[in-house]
Design a protein. Structure first.
Length: 105
């Protein structure tokens, strides 16, 4: 990934990814598709300050606190994750579009 530092759009859907830490250096990403993987945490996206669109449907993510650190994020989809409640984090951000469902206990 060290040679991809100028990438602005990236799709890694359906690759059975569990660790996204190699993406940390991709700070110019504006659109990121990580759907249909086995990701449990998206905290490593915190340096992606240019990120506008994030697709993380069908993973195993339970916390979306990192979105507070992404000032340009306006489009988030996270259907089919481990969300247990409608997070205050999601409510406080100004999204143009947001889509997810939470698991009832």
């Amino acid at each position: 990934m060290e040679y991809a530092v100028n990438v602005t759009k990236l799709s890694l859907s359906g690759n059975q990814i569990t660790d996204i830490s190699p993406l940390k250096g991709l700070t110019k990403i504006q659109s990121l598709d990580l759907m249909d993987n086995q990701i449990t945490s998206i905290e490593d996206l915190s340096a992606m300050k240019e990120l506008e669109a994030l697709r993380v449907d069908h993973n195993q993510i339970s916390s979306f606190d990192v979105v507070k650190q992404l000032p340009h994020l306006r489009d988030l989809t996270a259907f089919g994750n481990q969300i247990c409640e409608y997070s205050r984090t999601i409510r406080c951000c100004k999204f143009d579009e947001v889509g997810f469902e939470w698991q009832s206990n």
